[in-house]
Design a binder for this molecule. Sequence first.
Ligand code: SF4
Length: 224
Amino acid sequence: MSRVRFSDLRTAAYCPRKCYYVRRDDDREPPPAVERTRALADRYEDLLAADDDALAAEPVALDPAAYRAALARTRERLRRAGRWDAIRDPAASGVLATGRHCRGIVHKVLADPLEPSVVSAGRPPERGVWEPQSVVAVAAAKALAWERETPVEGAWVEYPAYGAIRRVDLTTRRKARYRRALRTVRELDGPPPRTTNRSKCEACEYATECGVRTRTLRSLLGFD
Ligand code: SF4
């Protein structure tokens, strides 16, 4: 059985129907803006030292003072956890990891202990991480563990545009969601039902083809 890509797992966790469209169109390349935002995760110390004008020119989502403060809080928290140096200067970056069931690029590989870090260009939730990123974090941890024959107990998700870095423990619940996403991708042979969480459709590039009526369209039509 072929290995499932991390990006397909992420999309399936967001909306199985979107995953169907993405796979059909082989539309998996992230836009350049996403890469530019992810690249912030390689320059945390520079960003902490940057002045307001320099920060304003970066793809950060907060105003310069708020961004510096958020990133400084994150640094302190990670220093206390003993992982700041591993995050800012990882053992490896952009590593293709191939596990038993899935494969994909691990944005950062941290050492001692071995852990993956997934970098998101988006906004973090109030607490924890969004489910699609949790699924990829588990997939990356499992792939690294399989490949290197080393147990991996945790992972990280970085939201560099917001100066936020979150820990992901590999709980039974998270692993179950990962397995569900894996099953979803493997069983896709036609468009599955639309997500019931229609707020996801607002940002979905397949909304028109999918036939959902997003709030933006409803507003244009005067229904809101
Ligand atoms: S528009 Fe909504 S239901 Fe349709 S593919 Fe996108 S997220 Fe899924």
